[in-house]
Each structure stands twice: as structure tokens, then as C-alpha cells.
Design a protein around this ligand. Structure first.
Ligand SMILES: Cc1cc2nc3c(=O)[nH]c(=O)nc-3n(C[C@H](O)[C@H](O)[C@H](O)COP(=O)(O)OP(=O)(O)OC[C@H]3O[C@@H](n4cnc5c(N)ncnc54)[C@H](O)[C@@H]3O)c2cc1C
Length: 485
């Protein structure tokens, strides 16, 4: 049993996104009795998680699900009693399209971790030319790179599978995750398992197949790849908020922090209002650029590395129509626009097809993703410009000309961290700098993984580190330094 912290040390968590909430929750689990305050700049908790429910619609304006294979998405939901509410993607129709010219062509079946592994569907796909397919097959013959040096994700896939496979198959899938430029992203920071598979098995496809066989061997029937609570990801935030409030956590909304300062035995958080909060420990769970601003007075080298992590800006436009206004039969989960097609929209998800219960019977809900790294100008206009881009996209592609019955525009400026070449080294520096500041932990999706399970795991690790510090102090031991972030 974990002893209750008697003298109520105080922990301030900056940022009320999922990583900050998970961090606060973990502090309370491991150091019950700690006084925890969450400071969130916006007027609501959740950060990128933005769920709206009303009139029979369920609209996600940020993430819509999490990878089931990464443990802490499912794990946290189960801890919070949300396990039975988890919902998988509608199994039929389980397909998606990719734009080529003016046509939507089916993404070949059997893509595993971005890489096509089923030769039958690949041989038949009109997405790739015969030359492009022949080039992909060379993956079986090209020697593996074994020097352990990083390279761009795009360069890696081009080297193994050729330009066409990158541009038409892998790039659009990658962009759907990172909104990034694959020729700049680090393969070691984004998909290290692909390089490891290449080194271990002599080729990319062979490596992916071996990993797939190994995971299938121990896992019984196939599990869903993505999950989400039936009532949306907002459930996770609501449930965490309820647990935290019940445990006495103070949640301060609409009060951005301005600065973190070191003081004897701990730190002080200065809010933009001018108020200062004394803390025995601080968890900074904001975006990396915000963490850099907040920590400038604590360690300039740390702050400089935090600020140097670039972000992509994007927007999600949700549109709905009565079924009768949608001329095309929506027999898939949506489509992706490869970068080479040069469209403002990155992807269009047919949400009411992908998930049960997202729109009332007889209505269609879609999400159109706009913007990617390096195309910040797409967000320069106002919301009506973004809605127009989304409506142009669905008119040209799907023939929908009717005005939508519902429209929501959600911008995410500087919203998605980009793990460019040099990112692993930068994160190692950040971790080592942060490890030297015992009262500080840093969390978020900008360091070791951009998805929700990564953000949760990062928050939990930060909570763990701070709880351990409080327990050591309680026991009268020196603070020490502990693990990195
Ligand atoms: C459009 C989009 C779609 C996505 N889709 C998926 C998906 O389907 N699946 C998936 O797994 N992941 C997805 N992600 C990623 C996922 O949303 C993130 O991993 C996760 O939400 C990050 O949580 P976080 O708490 O680290 O950061 P955030 O959610 O960004 O939270 C940081 C918080 O810090 C606050 N803050 C900043 N500065 C200050 C300050 N000075 N003082 C106080 N508070 C401050 C911010 O207001 C914010 O609330 C998506 C991301 C985006 C942008």
C-alpha cells in the first residue's frame, strides 16, 4: 500500500489536455494526499480532445479514436471504467480510397503499419503503375541499410519501395497521422520499427510481415486497430475530471501560466493574471513551444530545445447533410489526398460510415482535414474560407452541392508536433536537462509519440516521477534527479 503524503505537498500541472490530466491522476494514485492544481489557459479541459454532442450528432473536432495496440489508451479507459463503452470502427465497409487525378481509387487491402503486405490486392490496384509495382517488389532484393543512421521517412520508403509507392500509398497514410512532410520527418522518431525490421529481416516488407506474424502468434483472433468511447473521446476527459475533482484537485480554467521560476525547495508558477502559485513540483504538460516559453527562466538550453520542435497547423471542418443531398453511395470510411495531388484538403472521413451512432438515421456526417506542415497559408483566411474549401472538396469529389445542415470549423494552429531529423537527439537533450531539475517533469505528445496513447503514457510517466519525488521528500531522502521527462 502507498502511504498517504502527510504534509500535503503541492503539485501544479500546467496544461489540461489529456497528458496533463493523466499526469495529475497518476500523482494522486501514487502520492495520495498531494495537493494538485491544474492550470489550463483555455476555458475547458481536454486540449485537442474536442467532442460535441447535440441533435443526434456526435462531432469530434480533434482526435476521433486511439490505436488499440498502444497500451495506455485502452489501459486508462479501463481504469476509469470506460472499457465496456469502447467502440471499434464499423467493420463493413472496411475500405478507404486514395485520390489519383480526378478518381478515387481503393486503397489496397493488407496495409500493415503503413506498408502493403498482401501481394494479391497490390498486384491488382490501379493506384500504382506496373512499373511502380515492379519497383516495390525490388524490396525483396535491395540490401538492408544497417548503419543505424537516421534518414527521412520519405527517403527510407523511396529507397525500399520506390517513389510511386511513397507518393501514392505510404505518404497519404503518413500525412493522415502527422499532417507532416515525409521528406523531413525522421524515420527513427516516427516509425523506428520499420528500420529495425529492415535491419533484422533484410527488407521492409519481410520485416513488417515478421512483426505481424509474431504479434498474431500470441494474440488469438484479430483485434480492432482503433477504439474510442461510444460517446466520444470527451468521455475520457469528463471521467478524468470527475475523478480529479472528487479527489480534491483544483482546476483553474481560462488562466494561462506565464512563467515558471525556481525557488528554494521547489518552484513558483506565475500566471498571466500576475498571481503566483508556490509549488513543490511542477508538471509542464503544454505544447512544446509553450513549455519553452514557460521554462525560459529555469534553463535556457532546455527552453531552446523545447521551442525548436516545429508544429503543423491544420483545421477540421465537420459537415452534415440529409442523406438525400449526398448523391454518391458512401461505401467506405473516406479518402486521402496524396501531397502530389496538391489539394488544400488532406483527407475526408465519412464519419457516419466509419463509426456507429455519429449522426441521426438518414443523415451523413463528414470531416474534412485541411492543411499540412509547410502549408500554413491555408489557415490564413477566416472560418468561412475554411468551410468553403471543405465544401469545394466534397462538391468536386463527391458531387455534394447542397448547403450542409450543420457546419463546424475547428482550427488547430501549431497543433501537431513534427518529429523532424534530429528529433531523437533533441528529445535526449531535453530529457537529460529535465532530469537535472528534480521538481520538474515535462509531458505531452511532442517528444516520444504524437498519438493519444503516447500523450497519456507521457503524462503518467511525469506523474510517476513527481510522486516518487514527493515520497522521497516525505521519507526525508535527498531529492535526487530520477528519470528524464
Ligand atoms: C487534428 C488532430 C487530429 C488528431 N487525431 C488523433 C487521433 O485520431 N488519434 C490519436 O491518437 N491522436 C490524434 N491526435 C493527437 C492527439 O490529439 C494528441 O496526442 C493529444 O491530444 C495531445 O494531448 P496533450 O495533452 O499532450 O496536448 P494538448 O491537447 O495540446 O494540451 C495542451 C494544453 O496545454 C494548454 N496550455 C498551453 N499553454 C498554456 C499555458 N501557458 N498555461 C496553461 N495552459 C496552457 C493548452 O490550452 C492545452 O489545453 C490528433 C491531433 C490533432 C491536432
Amino acid at each position: 500500500m502507498i502511504p498517504t503524503i502527510a504534509s500535503s505537498p503541492s503539485v501544479v500541472v500546467l496544461g489540461g489536455g489529456i497528458s496533463g490530466l493523466a499526469a495529475a491522476y497518476r500523482v494522486l494514485q501514487r502520492a495520495p494526499g498531494a495537493r494538485v492544481t491544474i492550470v489550463e489557459g483555455e476555458s475547458r479541459l481536454g486540449g485537442k480532445i474536442a467532442t460535441e454532442r447535440g441533435d443526434g450528432f456526435l462531432i469530434e473536432s480533434g482526435p476521433d479514436s486511439f490505436l488499440a495496440a498502444k497500451p495506455r489508451g485502452v489501459g486508462l479507459c479501463e481504469e476509469l471504467g470506460l472499457g465496456p463503452e469502447l467502440q471499434a470502427i464499423t467493420p463493413r465497409p472496411h475500405r478507404a480510397y486514395v485520390l489519383r487525378g480526378s478518381r478515387l481509387l481503393e486503397l489496397p487491402e493488407g496495409l500493415t503499419g503503413l506498408v502493403p503486405t498482401k501481394l494479391g490486392p497490390l498486384a491488382k490496384t490501379p493506384l500504382l503503375s506496373p512499373r511502380g509495382k515492379a519497383r516495390m517488389a525490388l524490396d525483396y532484393a535491395i540490401p538492408a541499410r544497417t548503419d543505424g543512421e537516421d534518414e527521412p521517412l520519405g527517403g527510407f520508403i523511396r529507397r525500399r519501395l520506390g517513389d510511386e509507392a511513397w507518393e501514392r500509398l505510404v505518404e497519404p497514410l503518413m500525412a493522415g497521422i502527422y499532417a507532416g512532410d515525409g521528406d523531413l520527418l525522421s524515420v527513427m522518431a516516427t516509425f523506428p520499427q520499420l528500420r529495425q525490421g529492415e535491419a533484422a529481416h533484410g527488407g521492409l516488407i519481410r520485416g513488417v510481415l515478421a512483426a505481424k506474424a509474431a504479434s498474431a502468434a500470441g494474440s488469438g483472433p484479430a483485434k480492432p486497430a482503433f477504439l474510442t468511447p461510444r460517446e466520444g473521446l470527451g468521455r475520457l476527459v469528463e471521467r478524468l475530471e470527475a475523478r480529479l475533482r472528487a479527489a480534491g484537485v483544483e482546476i483553474r480554467l481560462g488562466v494561462p501560466a506565464r512563467q515558471v521560476r525556481e525557488r528554494a525547495g521547489g518552484a513558483e508558477v506565475v500566471l498571466r493574471s500576475g498571481e503566483a502559485l508556490a509549488a513543490d513540483a511542477v508538471i509542464v504538460a503544454t505544447q512544446a513551444w509553450a513549455a519553452g516559453e514557460l521554462l525560459a527562466g529555469v534553463s535556457e538550453p532546455l527552453a531552446a530545445d523545447l521551442r525548436a520542435i516545429p508544429y503543423a497547423s491544420s483545421a477540421i471542418v465537420s459537415l452534415a447533410w440529409p442523406q438525400a443531398d449526398v448523391p454518391r453511395v458512401l461505401e467506405a470510411h473516406g479518402y486521402l489526398n496524396p501531397k502530389v495531388e496538391n489539394r488544400a484538403a488532406l483527407a475526408c472521413t465519412w464519419t457516419s460510415q466509419k463509426w456507429a451512432g455519429r449522426a441521426p438515421e438518414g443523415h451523413v456526417l463528414m470531416r474534412i482535414f485541411i492543411g499540412r506542415f509547410g502549408r500554413e497559408e491555408l489557415l490564413a483566411g477566416d472560418d468561412s474560407d475554411l468551410e468553403r474549401i471543405a465544401r469545394d472538396e466534397v462538391r468536386e469529389r463527391l458531387g455534394i452541392t447542397a448547403a450542409p445542415e450543420l457546419a463546424r470549423v475547428q482550427r488547430w494552429p501549431q497543433g501537431m508536433p513534427q518529429f523532424l531529423l534530429g528529433h531523437p537527439e533533441r528529445v535526449a537533450r531535453i530529457e537529460s536537462e529535465a532530469a537535472g531539475i528534480p521538481w520538474l517533469a515535462i509531458a505531452g505528445n511532442a517528444y516520444r509519440g504524437v498519438g493519444l496513447p503516447d500523450a497519456i503514457a507521457s503524462g503518467e510517466a511525469a506523474g510517476e516521477r513527481i510522486a516518487a519525488l514527493l515520497r522521497r521528500r516525505q521519507a526525508g531522502e535527498p531529492a535526487g534527479t530520477g528519470a528524464g521527462l
